[in-house]
Write a protein that binds this ligand. Structure first.
Ligand SMILES: Cc1cc2nc3c(=O)[nH]c(=O)nc-3n(C[C@H](O)[C@H](O)[C@H](O)COP(=O)(O)OP(=O)(O)OC[C@H]3O[C@@H](n4cnc5c(N)ncnc54)[C@H](O)[C@@H]3O)c2cc1C
Length: 280
């Protein structure tokens, strides 16, 4: 039996994080962690579970100082039903509706998606394109890490062993311009084959592009951004940014072709000069 400590406050959580029992793992909604435990993946490395599900300070959505602040434990259902998110950051509400089905949306959290750091995590390209900031905290204090500096390598993040993700902050009004498209096998209940998120100012003076499922980490696509801002070949530039693999969900060729098509379509929908060309 793996010992579980359930806490209700951050100081209680920090006390256990400071004690660092071997193999300590944080449990939020459990929709990723319990799947891994059931599949007996990495079980030998889990020595103690810190259950933070009941820490109320980590829930909630607020508008403050031109940031939309979303607590790490906020669920997809809460995001979907939030008036603030639907008015200030509608793309986040929309992508949350595309995560799993109701059971997963009721239990899965934004913070869990971030800390699980799967290249297929659906919210992650949106967070990158929005220039979101992550507030991390632990017994040593708090610090802020921008989304682009958080995802370091495959499933490896900047989160310290004694830290929790406390909150995700979205700068407004810029984040309101986010658009995205998830491509999966079906429109509902499928893991993405590719997901592209774009944020652009009118006239493409400032463009942010990010992609999921096409690299070991959720990826900011800087070459494609430069091409879009300078009127260049966005399709060719994106191919240099991404490095997709063949896996059970898709192929390299499909991911390359569809990612570029989706990106061009998103830019076109934003009223830019880019139109959707035929197959390369
Ligand atoms: C059937 C099914 C369908 C799914 N569909 C989708 C989908 O369509 N799109 C998608 O993106 N994902 C999907 N998922 C994955 C999952 O639901 C999401 O990634 C979810 O956001 C995880 O949140 P959680 O709170 O359940 O995380 P948990 O499982 O509790 O935790 C995930 C990881 O993050 C760490 N962690 C969690 N919160 C914190 C925190 N605050 N601080 C530090 N570490 C933390 C945990 O230690 C663990 O390593 C699906 C999962 C299932 C089972």
């Amino acid at each position: 039996m793996i010992p579980v400590t359930s806490v209700k406050t951050l100081p209680e959580a920090y006390a256990l994080l400071q004690a660092r029992p071997p193999g300590l793992r944080v449990l939020a909604g459990g929709t990723d962690l319990m799947v891994a435990i059931n599949a007996r993946v990495g079980l030998d490395r889990i020595g103690h579970v810190l259950d933070i599900w009941n820490v109320r300070e980590l829930r909630g959505i607020a508008l403050q100082d031109n940031f939309l602040r979303i607590g790490a434990l906020t669920t997809y259902t809460e995001i979907i039903h939030s008036t603030l998110v639907n008015t200030q950051l509608p793309a986040l509400a929309a992508v949350s509706r595309e995560v799993g089905a109701w059971a997963i949306q009721n239990r899965g959290t934004l913070g869990g998606n971030v800390c699980n750091a799967s290249p297929a995590g659906d919210t992650l390209p949106l967070l990158l394109a929005a220039d979101a900031r992550f507030l991390l905290g632990g017994p040593r204090g708090e610090r802020t890490v921008v989304a682009e500096e958080f995802f370091l390598a495959y499933r490896k993040t900047a989160l310290g062993a004694d830290e929790l993700l406390l909150r995700v902050d979205f700068p407004l009004p810029d984040a309101a311009r986010l658009a995205y498209r998830k491509v999966g096998t079906r429109r509902a209940q499928s893991i993405s084959k590719t997901l592209i998120a774009v944020r652009a100012t009118p006239g493409l003076r400032e463009v942010r592009i990010a992609a999921g499922c096409v690299a070991p980490i959720p990826l900011r696509c800087r070459r494609a951004e430069q091409a879009a801002m300078s009127g260049g070949d966005v399709r060719a530039a994106l191919q240099l940014d991404i490095s997709p693999i063949n896996d059970i969900r898709s192929t390299i060729e499909y991911r390359r072709l569809v990612s570029a098509n989706v990106l061009l379509q998103l830019l076109k929908n934003m009223g830019t000069p880019y139109s959707l060309p035929g197959r390369p």
